[in-house]
Design a protein around this ligand. Structure first.
Ligand code: 4NP
Length: 148
């Protein structure tokens, strides 16, 4: 799961998918990262932690890190939150096999629509709940479609 800062959208996505995968009995290795170095080592935004807690998911222990090219080796799939993340991650792809792993997470729920998860950083708490609903929908769609 990749966003810009790795303190709002992608740690929430990591938490939602991990919870849903565990409930469905899937053993997946799920992680998140940011394209920027702005918040390396920091925990998630407190609004994101609070929002997730209201759905019973604790993401307070996550720490931000920056996406690196070796993540293409470590993961089969790289889900990005928005179009800028998509461009930034693709710019680190070393070959076509890397590039093929990258897709917008909301395309899981809305195939071909190329929707972005809006950045809730500048808004109020309701933006985080909107983000949660989108991530939950995409996580369910991914787990329903995937053969694992
Ligand atoms: P995120 O949100 O990409 O969902 O983690 C942001 C967090 C911080 C900043 C931008 C987006 N920032 O500019 O510091």
């Amino acid at each position: 799961m990749v966003c810009l800062g790795n303190i709002c959208r992608s740690p929430m996505a990591e938490g939602v998918l991990r919870e849903r995968a565990a409930r469905a009995g899937h053993n997946l290795h799920i992680d998140s990262a940011g394209t920027s170095d702005y918040h390396i080592g920091e925990g998630p935004d407190r609004r994101a932690v609070h929002c997730m807690k209201s759905y019973g998911i604790d993401i307070s222990g996550l720490r931000a890190r920056q996406f690196v090219s070796s993540d293409f080796d470590a993961f089969d799939t790289i889900f990005v939150m928005d179009q800028q993340n998509y461009r930034d991650v693709l710019s680190l792809a070393r070959h076509d096999d890397d590039a093929r792993k990258v897709s917008l997470f909301l395309n899981q729920a809305y195939p071909g629509e190329n929707r972005s998860v809006p950045d809730p950083w500048f808004g109020g708490p309701e933006g985080f709940h909107d983000v949660y609903a989108m991530l939950d929908r995409a996580s369910r769609a991914f787990l329903e479609s995937t053969e694992i």
